[in-house]
Design a protein around this ligand. Structure first.
Ligand code: PLP
Length: 379
């Protein structure tokens, strides 16, 4: 029987070789050669002033929250339709979360609902580039500069994607990438923080190294290495970086392979959208996406359940995610929804993600689209 997995972590071939080199080098702690090489490639890919590898995107977000200065009494605006880490990072600083609605076409924060949610307590805006499709960063940066707000981009899903030709993660003060095994580029668990203003780099390096000026010391810029600021340990082992490096070296190849899959799904499922059965994702003109996911929206939650069962019976794994944070136990405690929930709850309950990974074959994509079509022909 067919078995089509939802995700297979990316691998491009040189992982073993680089891991062996890392082991042989005798230096496997953080900030080794492979970490530096990954950071240089990320800087080249994105144009940011400094990329620092972290142990996860969750940790990159926590670092960014700490660096943003958000604390008790502050409010941070973000979509409710996101992963828990987006909110947790700021809750850990004592800030309160203000959730606003998403746009139905991209499931990104609705840029027109941010300004009405701003108060004198607002400290930061956290756009999440859902599915690797950019939020309206022009509008978001305008609001941020008008009210003097920090912007932290949750670009966990946005590696190699851009808005108006500029890499996601490079618009705000900080951008956060994920290299979890479910993401486009992976080191098992891992991430990176993009520090977009050169004047923030020194403090970011201190915070990442347990609040010490170790990097400055290593570079000979201070003669003693001491505790100078709040911080934690956010740096991954060089072994993890050795696993990530080959994928970053082959980033174009991975990206174009995923886009091919995405386009084939889109083409294959278009007749169902035209027939009014499903809704397909929209890529706004100013966005160049990275095919992080392929999702469809069906009529409602019970249809989603039935379609998932139908696909499951054919050996095809499909998944959904994100219970809107404002309805969750912690979300109710640490945040509030501001404005009307027109799309967050409704659309998240009818969104279904289809298998998507580097190396997914045309044949498997056709099997999936045929199975979806069959489901609707039987309705
Ligand atoms: C995956 C993801 C994260 C968390 O990434 P980790 O690297 O697993 O910590 C955060 N935000 C979004 C939007 C994500 O998709």
């Amino acid at each position: 029987m067919t078995h089509i997995r939802f995700n297979i972590p990316p691998r491009t071939g040189r992982e073993q070789e680089y891991l062996e080199q890392a082991i042989q080098s005798g230096h496997i702690c953080g900030d080794g050669t492979f970490t530096m090489r990954c950071e240089e490639l990320l800087e080249k890919m994105t144009g940011t002033s400094k990329a620092l590898l972290t142990t996860s995107c969750t940790q990159a977000l926590e670092m960014a929250a700490l660096l943003s200065g958000a604390g008790p009494g502050d409010e941070v605006i973000m979509p409710s339709y996101t992963f828990v880490s987006t909110a947790n990072a700021f809750v850990l600083r004592g800030a309160r979360i203000v959730f606003v609605d998403v746009r139905p076409d991209t499931m990104n924060i609705d840029e027109n609902l941010i300004e009405p949610a701003v108060t004198e307590r607002t400290r930061a805006i956290v756009p999440v580039h859902y599915a690797g499709v950019g939020c309206n960063m022009d509008r978001i940066m305008d609001i941020a500069s008008k009210y003097g707000l920090k912007v932290i981009e949750d670009a966990a899903q946005g590696v190699m994607a851009s808005y108006k030709g500029k890499a996601l993660g490079t618009f705000g003060d900080f951008g956060c990438f994920s290299f979890h095994e479910t993401k486009n580029y992976s080191m098992g668990e891992g991430g990176a923080i993009l520090v977009n203003h050169p004047e923030d780099v020194e403090l970011a390096e201190i915070v990442r190294e347990k609040g010490t000026n170790r990097r400055l010391f290593m570079e000979g810029k201070v003669d003693k290495y001491t505790w100078v600021h709040e911080g934690s340990s956010y740096l991954p082992s060089d072994i993890n970086a050795a696993y990530l490096l080959p994928q970053l070296e082959d980033a174009e190849k991975i990206n174009s392979d995923r886009l091919r899959s995405w386009n084939r799904y889109h083409e294959g499922l278009l007749p169902l959208e035209k027939a009014g059965n499903i809704t397909l994702p929209v890529i706004p003109d100013e966005c160049s996406h990275n095919a992080h996911m392929f999702y469809i929206k069906v009529r409602d939650n019970s249809e989603r359940k039935a379609l998932m069962d139908h696909l499951g019976n054919k050996g095809i794994m499909s998944v959904f995610h994100y219970v809107p944070l404002h309805t969750s136990e912690a979300g109710l405690k640490y945040g509030e929804f501001r404005g009307e929930d027109r799309y967050t709850t409704c659309d998240s309950s009818r969104l279904l993600r289809l298998p998507m990974y580097y190396g997914l074959t045309d044949e498997d994509i056709d099997t999936v689209t045929d199975a979806v079509k069959e489901f609707y022909s039987e309705q």
